[in-house]
Ligand binder design. Structure first.
Ligand SMILES: [Zn+2]
Ligand SMILES: [Zn+2]
Length: 306
């Protein structure tokens, strides 16, 4: 059923961020949108907001929802590789760990990979693609049984395609927010899944898409819902082109939610993200972070002032 989406006005965008008086100056500036955040375009027929009626979640609504927050006892994020991550056709687990730790400013632990045959995860051959797929429910149950005591969340990641039930073709991922576990497949982020020949950019694209889905889905674990306020990492997405169009950063509304939940230093986080984006070669994101840092921390000598 088609949904009607009316883009929010600038006043509604500011109301979603909420009052920032009393916050420390760098955080206050980090929440000032200026012209660094774009409004969402009119959704096309197959886009998320044309197909899902979403009202959006303001910062105040978020805090009132009493979301899960990390604390001294549940302080770490765990990544659980399911099956192999072969160099050459999978994103580097080191890079994914580094990105996740910088994005959330939390300790991230990569667990030893599971052998899928030993762990009794049900699978099938997809009738359309002929590729092997894993049943998400079995994975979520197994993850839940292994949730470490000090985990804020445990995220299964795999290069194998997933399905949630026999009648479905596939699913990108599935999570149980209450149980703090989720599983996400990067299989369909690999251009070769669609029969495209690998290029020098394939690996960079694969890493970027994988970082994006990890950050987006992990933000859901913090109780952050889909964003309708700006172009944002937390925008819903119905297809790959739409998710490729999303930025790898949060809008001020969602940055405020994550900062409230974790309590990180926004300047330190942006500096570390900038280092990561530079070495990963994500130039548009590096430029954007540089511009924001020059505004938020104008006397910081580590940013590029050219
Ligand atoms: Zn989502
Ligand atoms: Zn947002």
């Amino acid at each position: 059923m088609a949904a009607q989406f009316t883009p929010p006005t600038p006043a509604q965008q500011l109301a979603a961020i909420g009052l920032t008086t009393g916050l420390q100056a760098p955080l206050q500036r980090a929440l000032e949108p200026r012209d660094d955040f774009q409004s969402l375009p009119e959704p096309g027929p197959s886009d998320w907001l044309r197909n899902h009626a979403e009202a959006g979640q303001t910062f105040d609504q978020f805090t009132r929802s009493l979301p899960n927050r990390p604390d001294a006892h549940r302080s770490k994020l765990y990544l659980q590789p399911l099956g192999r991550f072969n160099e050459g056709d999978a994103p580097s687990l080191d890079q994914l760990r580094l990105f996740t730790s910088v994005f959330f400013m939390m300790q991230v632990v990569v667990l030893p990979p599971w052998d899928l045959d030993v762990d009794h995860i049900r699978s099938r051959q997809n009738p359309w693609t002929g590729q092997r797929q894993l049943l998400t429910g079995d994975i979520l149950n197994a993850l839940q049984a292994r949730l470490p005591k000090n985990a804020f969340a445990l995220l299964g990641i795999t290069m194998t395609d997933l399905y949630p039930e026999p009648s479905w073709n596939f699913v990108f991922g599935q999570a149980s927010l209450r149980d703090r576990v989720g599983v996400y497949s990067f299989a369909r982020y690999d251009p070769s899944f669609y029969g495209q020949a690998p290029t020098t950019n394939s690996r960079k694209l694969m890493l970027r898409r994988s970082c994006k889905v990890l950050a987006h889905e992990t933000c859901h674990m913090f109780g952050i819902e889909h964003c309708v306020w700006y172009r944002c990492l937390m925008n819903g997405s119905n297809h790959l082109a739409e998710s490729d169009a999303r930025p790898l950063h949060l809008c001020p509304v969602d940055l405020r939610k994550l900062q409230w939940s974790i309590g990180f230093d926004v300047v330190e986080r942006y500096r570390r993200l900038l280092d990561f984006q530079r070495q990963a070669g994500f130039e548009d994101e590096s430029q954007w972070l540089n511009k924001r840092l020059r505004f938020i921390a104008p006397h910081d000598e580590s940013t590029d002032t050219h």
